[in-house]
Design a protein around this ligand. Structure first.
Ligand SMILES: Cc1cc2nc3c(=O)[nH]c(=O)nc-3n(C[C@H](O)[C@H](O)[C@H](O)COP(=O)(O)OP(=O)(O)OC[C@H]3O[C@@H](n4cnc5c(N)ncnc54)[C@H](O)[C@@H]3O)c2cc1C
Length: 552
């Protein structure tokens, strides 16, 4: 795990600075001017504010919209005082919350309740481009399905400025609202600025999507899942209607993190017919890494940006499908039959790059209250607990300490809960942690999470004297490491080590001929550089074994 010493108070104030006056940096202005060259029709942006409510965010939003509108005359900005008798717009559009931003309200129901800052700036710009184009940026298949919608849908998506997943979920909602202006409306709600709404909807973890007031997703969906839920008006499992009938491939790659994407680049470039299947969204763990500072060639790069670049490159050489999980791989007649949630494939070789996922505490109440105060991603959900909320961080390694420092930087009251009496983190992190003097409950474990609709208390047990006590908390961040995503490997009967990682040799070969593994799933150092180098080796080994030829 990377050391992220930059997650300090100064780092966070930099983000706040970025959100406020420095938002229109020369680079941002240049990129926006370029993007706005593609604008078609005029787009109106209506800002609604009320003095005394969320003033800091009122000012940020007004500044942001003024700045964006100054870049292109087709973007028109209007400002309204909520409650001012002379202002009819707030009554016409039913705006009560400050700040609120409406995009093209004459035609569309696209609303930001709160300022679209930080990560959400991306969906805001996408909204302008879509409203101007008069079409949502959806794939052809999704647009076709959406055309059949014939009744009203009101979508609410809860987001936070530091959540890297949220803009994509918001963009699906905006796209649907632009495609079906008469029927679909979307409200993107900044949780921190609207804590009462977040609490009412139990949206203490983001993104969270409600359609017609029913919770449909507590995570970033694939486009197909979102459209399926929108059509159904309830959570819908995505399943392809017409499964692919045993398409034959040279190499099938399981998993779209850095290891799988790199394998796809090498396999595709070698001329082999290759397909990468990703069960969720391409990017793997890197998508939730705010800043990567140890990937050669980049002094500092947002994880999402890095992985988007990998995806663009890999797509040039191999087909990539999102939202399709591989459920089984069996060898028959010299080929692999690959069963997936979206059809059956036949492949000559398989590369498994299924990565790793969060380890759970497995304490009572954990599953029930996950997303209702319990989180596994401080970057995504921490913002909600800033300014004096009480949180615990469970763990004592790099991730736990990084999370504790990050949350403390946000202004939360953080207590570390650790079952040992020493930390297992890197020296620089430990130094920062002890300098901050954060309260720590050593040799203590969480034995239960308590609360009705949201987390209210944690029950802690001292490992020294077995005493038990409850403490009141607003949030609990669990950072006790990762577990291999090895369900497929187990089903296939591959040799695993004691911790459940796939055993590989130096060429990434597993115990089954023509099956290779790469990245975190091999139990190697959990680093992007390691994942990409193993993805490279796996693809080269597969090529050599399939062709008997030299290295690529
Ligand atoms: C918060 C955080 C910060 C980090 N910071 C850094 C950093 O700064 N620098 C660094 O070098 N490393 C960092 N890491 C570690 C790094 O992200 C991982 O080492 C790297 O992502 C591993 O890549 P991977 O491709 O092996 O697996 P993953 O990134 O885990 O990707 C695996 C993918 O496979 C998919 N998948 C799983 N099973 C199936 C299936 N059956 N069918 C289809 N798809 C499947 C998953 O959905 C997932 O998208 C960080 C990790 C985290 C969580």
């Amino acid at each position: 795990m990377e050391v992220r010493p930059t997650f300090t108070r100064s780092f966070f104030s930099h983000i706040i600075g970025f959100m406020a006056e420095e938002i229109m940096t020369p680079e941002v202005v240049k990129a926006l001017k370029e993007a706005f060259k593609g604008l078609k029709d005029d787009v109106t942006l209506h800002v609604f504010t009320k003095r005394g409510v969320n003033d800091q965010f009122n000012d940020i939003l007004a500044g942001l919209v003024r700045g964006v509108a100054s870049l292109d005359e087709r973007v028109k900005a209007y400002f309204h005082d909520i409650g001012d008798e002379r202002d009819v717009a707030s009554r016409r559009y039913g705006v009560e919350r400050s700040p609120t931003l409406l995009i093209g309200p004459e035609r569309y129901r696209v609303r930001y309740t709160g300022a679209p800052i930080g990560e959400e700036g991306r969906s805001f710009i996408a909204a302008i481009l879509m409203a101007s184009a008069g079409r949502g940026f959806l794939g052809a298949e999704s647009a076709k399905k959406l055309a059949a919608l014939d009744s009203r849908r009101d979508v609410k998506i809860f987001v936070s400025p530091t959540c890297p997943y949220c803009p994509q979920e918001a963009a699906y909602g905006i796209a649907a609202a632009v495609e079906k202006p008469g029927l679909v409306g979307v409200e993107i709600i900044e949780t921190y600025e609207n804590l009462d709404l977040a609490e009412r909807y139990s949206a203490m973890s983001v993104p969270k999507t409600y359609i017609n007031e029913e919770l449909t997703a507590s995570h970033l969906e694939t486009e197909q899942e979102f459209i399926a839920s929108l059509l159904a008006g309830r959570p819908a499992e995505f399943a392809e209607e017409a499964p692919v009938e045993k398409e034959k491939l040279d190499i099938l790659i399981v998993g779209g993190g850095p290891a799988g994407l790199t394998a796809a680049i090498y396999a595709g470039r070698s001329g082999l017919k290759s397909l990468l299947l990703e069960k969720a969204n391409v990017g793997g763990q890197v998508s939730i890494t705010p800043i990567v500072e140890n990937y050669p060639g980049f002094q500092t790069v947002a994880g999402k940006t890095l992985v988007d670049m990998m995806l663009r490159q890999a797509s040039q050489y191999a087909r990539i499908r999102q939202g399709v999980g591989v459920t089984d791989v069996r060898r028959t007649d010299g080929l692999f039959d690959v069963a997936t949630t979206g059809g059956i494939y036949r492949a000559r070789a398989v590369i498994i790059a299924s990565g790793a996922g969060y380890r759970k505490l497995k304490a009572p109440g954990e599953d029930r209250l996950a997303g209702r105060g319990i989180s596994y991603c401080a970057t995504c959900d921490g913002y909600l607990f800033k300014d004096g909320k009480t949180v615990i961080v469970v763990g004592g390694g790099n991730t736990a300490i990084t999370d504790a420092l990050y949350l403390d930087g946000l202004g939360a009251h953080v207590t570390l809960v650790h079952i040992k009496n020493t930390l297992k983190a890197e020296d620089r992190l430990k130094q920062s942690f002890f300098q901050r003097d954060l309260p720590t409950l050593w040799e203590s474990g969480v034995v239960e999470f308590l609360g009705e609709k949201k987390l209210e208390k944690v029950r802690l047990e001292s490992l020294k004297d077995k005493s038990v006590r409850d403490i009141k908390v607003d949030g609990a961040f669990i950072a006790i490491g990762y577990e291999p995503s090895n369900e497929l490997a187990r089903t296939m009967g591959l040799d695993l080590d004691n911790a459940g990682y796939i055993k590989v040799d130096a060429l990434m070969k597993t115990s089954m001929p023509l099956v290779y593994a790469a990245g975190d799933i091999t139990g190697s150092e959990k680093q992007i550089t390691v994942a990409v180098s193993q993805g490279t080796l796996a693809a080269i080994s597969a090529f050599n074994d399939l062709t008997g030829g030299p290295a690529l």
